[in-house]
Design a protein around this ligand. Structure first.
Ligand code: C6P
Length: 404
């Protein structure tokens, strides 16, 4: 358990759902927000709000200062090698689409390969399908072993001289698998390929150092790490970003515009078109400060404790199948109870005040690999406690009585 009672910092944890105390086990979809984040957002809007990089007036300068300070806070949190490589986007989906559009369509050529895995979220699959189709590239998939981990010996064969890009999730949002991205970065770089890492489920839950991992691109979302929605990050290596074309145009990404052509601003502004999510970026920086005050190592330990408890207890439940590896597990646990559709299960748990997610989790190819339509998924974060795992197990017993 955490030394500090962090639950007090999250007002929503005091509400009742269907007359029962809320047990929130859906942080992988979106996390709850602590008071510090809620207040920083309000404080900024109440006393310092204006558009950024535009106004010469006092508020314009205050807002610009806060927005750029937020970028520095985020860059430090992920130990980014260069500040100008840290681009604010709307989230992981937009970050990956940016790379697909601006890097993929320009630099991936006919006959080259894009190496992915079958556990990718649609946001890290569909953009590459479009690139492959447009340029005539081949999609390759690193196969999964039975326990839901990557078959790295196959990766060594698939990543070859034809490979332009490897794009993999750091942590699976369904299986909880923590992929060996350090090794994949080395495999990609050995053949001269670039590598993108989808960090949507890793940055909120474990220490991530981009200087150590050394990827070319790294994407994540603010709303899964205690921050607001509508803000996320793409880290890109500046020398690659410099050669890429803009993703969206207009606003701060412009340097000069003539009637027939335009030139682009320096990094990272070249990739921040239009008015950015200003208050959201400031809220994200506050979320980063909150996470840092607890310590990402401690958060990873707590996640590990809760997921281990959930894995053990769920595995002992009758007719319950648990997916994904048993060790080296991220903060999600997916499962199915024989004879009960996950949607029905989620509905019954909701009656007990327990929020889990049920569905394909935007990973339809992975559902086919698991040979299921959908799974139930409990996901954990720093405000969860062992009693939440117990509530889930009790809720399952109730559901089984009602539905089985
Ligand atoms: N997964 C889940 O419940 P956005 O929506 O852009 O913030 O994140 C997309 C995304 C990309 N990659 C991974 C690994 C993800 O888990 C997600 C979001 C949510 O699992 C919603 S489907």
């Amino acid at each position: 358990m955490l030394e500090r009672d962090v639950r007090r910092d999250f007002p929503i944890l005091n509400i009742k759902v269907n007359g029962k105390p809320l047990v929130y086990l859906d942080s992988a979809a979106s996390s709850q927000k602590p008071n510090d984040v809620l207040q920083s957002y309000c404080r900024f809007c109440e006393s310092r709000y204006a558009n950024v990089h535009r106004g010469i007036h006092t508020l314009g300068e205050a807002a610009t200062g806060d927005y750029e300070a937020a970028r520095r806070t985020v860059a430090e949190f992920i130990n980014a090698p260069e500040l100008e490589g840290v681009i604010f986007t709307r989230g992981t989906t937009e970050s990956i689409n940016l790379v697909a559009r601006s890097f993929g369509h320009k630099f991936i050529k006919h006959g080259q390969s894009i190496v992915l895995t079958p556990m990718e979220h649609h946001a890290n699959l569909v953009p590459w399908q479009l690139v492959a189709k447009a340029v005539g590239a081949e999609l390759r998939f690193i196969p999964l072993k039975e326990d839901g981990t990557l078959d790295i010996s196959e990766a060594r064969k698939l990543i070859d001289h034809t490979t332009a890009l490897v794009s993999v999730t750091h942590v699976s949002n369904v299986l909880g698998t923590i992929n060996p991205v350090g090794e994949l970065v080395q495999l990609a770089h050995k053949v001269g390929a670039k590598i993108l890492v989808d960090g949507a489920q890793s940055v909120p839950h474990m220490p991530v150092s981009l200087r150590e991992l050394n990827p070319d691109f790294y994407a994540f979302s603010g709303h899964k790490m205690l921050g607001p929605t509508g803000i996320g990050v793409l880290y890109g290596r500046p020398e690659i970003l410099a050669d890429m074309d803009p993703f969206l145009t207009g606003g701060e990404m412009i340097r000069e515009v003539y009637l027939d052509h335009a030139t682009w601003n320096e990094l990272p502004y070249k990739f921040e078109a239009g008015t950015p999510a200003i208050a959201e970026a400031i809220g994200l920086a506050e979320a980063v400060r909150y996470l840092t005050s607890i310590g990402m190592e401690r958060i990873a330990q707590l996640d590990h404790l809760l997921t281990s408890q959930a894995l053990n207890k769920l595995s002992r439940e009758p007719d319950t199948k648990v997916y994904g590896p048993r060790t080296q597990h991220g903060a999600v646990v997916s499962f199915n109870v024989k004879g009960i559709h996950p949607h029905d299960l989620a509905g019954l748990l909701d009656r007990e005040g327990i929020a889990i997610r049920a569905g394909h989790h935007c990973c339809q190819p992975l559902m086919r690999w698991l040979d299921v339509q959908a799974t139930a998924r409990a996901s954990f974060y720093l405000y969860n406690v062992p009693e939440d795992v117990d509530a889930l197990i009790e809720g399952l017993k109730v559901a089984r009585k009602v539905l089985a």
